[in-house]
Design a protein around this ligand. Structure first.
Ligand code: ADP
Ligand code: MG
Length: 246
């Protein structure tokens, strides 16, 4: 069974169509990357999966269950954004624990989850610091830690590395790949406009193309493994975007 199924998803803002004909399956544990030019609807599609945006049509299923009417917090999903708004007055520990406060976890479980996540992200030494005393890369790791402690089945990332400088981008990308292996059956959807990130991280790439007002034109240009898109682009748009020689 697929972890996530999108069927016939559509979205328009007013009269402007942004997404059309989106059908997509994401398996448990799959690392799926949404890529495409700026404004093609990557963030909108991610926000629809998260429940932050309502689709104009179509269904979102998580483990076979339709979740269109569920609030974001009820969807077993965690999201990491490009701007990782941490609470400035709280320590790293408190930032990571904050999202668990409603869960009424057994005593010790909250602390255990924060310790495990911070060890995995190499934040153990930094738990008492405030965000102002962290580097950009450390802050982004706290934002990822805050998502991990919730033990979601699905992880959504929207351009999580775009505020980092080049060398930190590479390091954090490697961390995210390692995290994905460690988490096992957690499915990830990762939005980027960076081909290198897409090619190195993805099991499956979903290349979106802008609709540019043409309702009914499919907004998914191609779905496939990085090698499939590179060696067998479905059309000129894909070939041009992925940069293969054909
Ligand atoms: P991407 O993440 O691929 O750059 P977005 O999903 O942010 O693209 O945006 C897709 C299109 O939808 C853009 O043309 C954008 O201007 C438009 N859009 C996004 N959010 C809104 C909104 N809340 N209201 C109106 N238009 C929007
Ligand atoms: Mg975006």
């Amino acid at each position: 069974m697929s972890r996530i199924e999108l069927t016939g998803l559509r979205k328009h803002f007013g009269a402007t169509p942004v997404l059309a004909d989106v059908d997509l399956d994401i398996a448990p544990g799959e690392f799926c990357v949404f890529i495409g030019p700026s404004g093609c609807g990557k963030s909108t599609l991610l926000r629809i999966v998260a429940g932050l945006e309502e689709p104009s049509g179509g269904d979102i299923l998580i483990e076979g269950k339709r979740v269109n009417d569920l609030a974001p917090a009820q969807r077993d999903i965690a999201m990491v954004f490009q701007s990782y708004a941490l609470y400035p007055h709280m320590t790293v520990y408190e930032n990571m624990a904050f999202g668990l406060r409603h869960l009424r976890l057994p005593k010790g479980e909250l602390d255990r989850r924060v310790q495990v996540a911070s060890a995995s992200l190499r934040l153990t030494e930094l738990l008492e610091r405030k965000p102002a005393a962290l580097s950009g890369g450390q802050r982004q790791r706290v934002a990822i830690g805050r998502a991990i402690v919730r033990k979601p089945k699905v992880f959504l990332f929207d351009e999580p590395l775009s505020n980092l400088d080049a060398s930190l981008r590479v390091k954090t990308r490697v961390e995210i790949a390692r995290l994905h292996r460690e988490l096992g059956q957690v499915s990830m959807i990762y939005v980027t406009h960076d081909q290198v990130e897409a090619m190195t991280l993805a099991d499956k790439i979903v290349l979106l193309r802008p609709l540019e007002g043409r309702a009914g034109v499919a907004s998914i240009a191609q779905v496939g493994s990085p090698l499939e898109l590179y060696h067998r682009p479905a059309n000129l748009f894909v070939a041009g975007f992925i940069g293969s020689p054909s």
